[in-house]
Design a protein around this ligand. Structure first.
Ligand code: LLP
Length: 401
């Protein structure tokens, strides 16, 4: 486990090589994201092994955490990457990913982003609309290139996750349903010198805790893959997107790792018959558990109704609680055993009442100068942080455990 208590102090890393969180936090004036790189790499290996002998390329969804040390280590470890902007493509190329390891997803690709992708000759562009396909063809023609593209399908499934992070439902802006296919094929045929269709892709949503909807979505998309093949398109790639979730209420990863194995099994069963290359785009499952955000208590404020622990970090550094009412566990960095627990709302300095990190967290009695850690903050933490209220971004520390 990446973060655990030893003698009442929170430590990071493995049993053999661990680091004292308080020591790290005190070295910095600002709040700190701490990542356990060894833990991230062991998760990527675990995911890889779940697919057995099926040829699967793991395209890490770097929107979850684009720390460059982590990216370099992943590239070194043989991972590929999924990007969603020109900035991410650039960062990936600068940090060890060769163009043939980069795919480009996203619903609103601009001309200059597409130009960057086509010039760099990346592995694949995941297309979200007929207009985008036409734009790619135009740019490819101008540049004398023939980029590989895949169609992002919207399989119209409604996974049981937060409404802000479903993407494969008919009311979402993402992907294309089968009614788009005739128009897409027409554009492809008219631009056969400038576009190469490689396959299909889907991503139905994030933080999935059950695999049923994903199974439906993949099955529906297999039918599209077969239709395209029957139409004579020489396709050879099936991209299943990301989405595997974790249970934020516990530090026990047993359930999610079991789900990783079930996922691998399901993908083997559904896709082995196609005899194609399979791509997957995991984000959260690889990095969420391996990061914490550590902040310092500035003040304790108690009213008749609440105890507030006011930190030097908040929604500007970890937006998930404010945006999705996500519940991250709060860990007292020093947590002497058998002391009486007190309930706190853990809040930040931002001038908004949505600026909370946790409500009614049971913690040992706190005082100014104590440190708290938000657990499972390795995914969509720093990558969604902002300068709101002109506060500085947190420091990031990557540990080699
Ligand atoms: N592929 C595509 C096309 C995506 O849009 C995403 C995430 C992923 C892969 C990776 O999904 P994952 O394996 O991490 O679930 N900010 C939200 C999550 C938004 C996910 C957006 N797309 C959160 O903090 O829960």
């Amino acid at each position: 486990m990446a973060f655990t208590y030893r003698n009442g102090r929170l430590t990071a890393g493995s049993k053999e090589k661990n680091f004292d969180v308080l020591d790290i936090a005190r070295k910095h004036e600002r709040p700190v994201y701490i990542y356990d790189l060894g833990d991230i790499l062991s998760r990527t290996r675990r995911l890889r092994s779940a697919f057995g002998s099926l040829p699967v390329t793991i395209h890490y969804a770097m929107k979850a955490n684009a720390n460059t040390e982590i990216l370099r280590a992943m590239a070194n470890d043989g991972l590929a990457v999924d990007t969603v902007s020109g900035g991410e493509i650039q960062t990936a190329l600068e940090n060890g990913f060769t163009p043939d390891k980069v795919i480009f997803s996203g619903v609103g690709k601009t001309k200059s982003e597409i130009e960057l992708a086509v010039q760099a000759d990346i592995k694949q562009i995941n297309v979200e609309s007929p207009q985008e396909l036409e734009r790619i063809a135009e740019i490819a023609k101008k540049l004398g290139r023939k980029p590989s593209v895949a169609f992002r399908m919207n399989p119209d499934v409604n996974p049981q996750t937060h409404p802000y992070i479903t993407t494969g439902f008919r009311e979402n802006k993402f992907g294309m349903d089968v009614s788009f296919l005739p128009e897409l094929k027409k554009i492809l045929r008219a631009n056969s010198d400038h576009l190469r269709l490689r396959g299909v892709t889907l991503h139905i949503g994030s933080q999935l805790l059950e695999l049923g909807s994903l199974k439906d979505a993949i099955s529906k998309t297999v039918a599209v893959y077969k239709e395209l093949q029957a139409d004579g398109f020489q396709i050879d790639r099936f991209d299943i997107g990301g989405g595997l979730g974790i249970d934020y209420s516990t530090d026990d990863p047993a359930e999610e790792l079991k789900r990783v194995d079930e996922y691998g099994q399901m993908v083997q069963e559904l896709l082995a018959p196609l005899k194609c290359d399979v791509l997957t785009e995991p984000g959260r499952i690889l990095v969420a558990r391996s990061g914490i955000l550590v902040g310092e208590v500035q003040y304790i404020k108690s009213t008749e109704f609440k105890n507030f622990a006011i930190l030097n970090t908040g929604m500007h550094h970890l937006l998930r609680p404010a945006l999705y009412q996500a519940k991250h566990r709060v860990l007292a960095v020093e947590n002497p055993t058998s002391v009486q627990q007190v309930k706190y709302d853990v809040v930040g300095p931002i001038c908004e009442s949505s600026d909370f990190l946790a409500k009614d967290a049971e913690l040992p009695r706190l005082k100014a100068g104590d440190y708290l850690a938000m657990a499972d903050a390795g995914a969509y933490g720093f990558s969604m942080a902002s300068f709101y209220n002109r506060h500085a971004l947190p420091v990031e520390v990557v540990l080699n455990s």
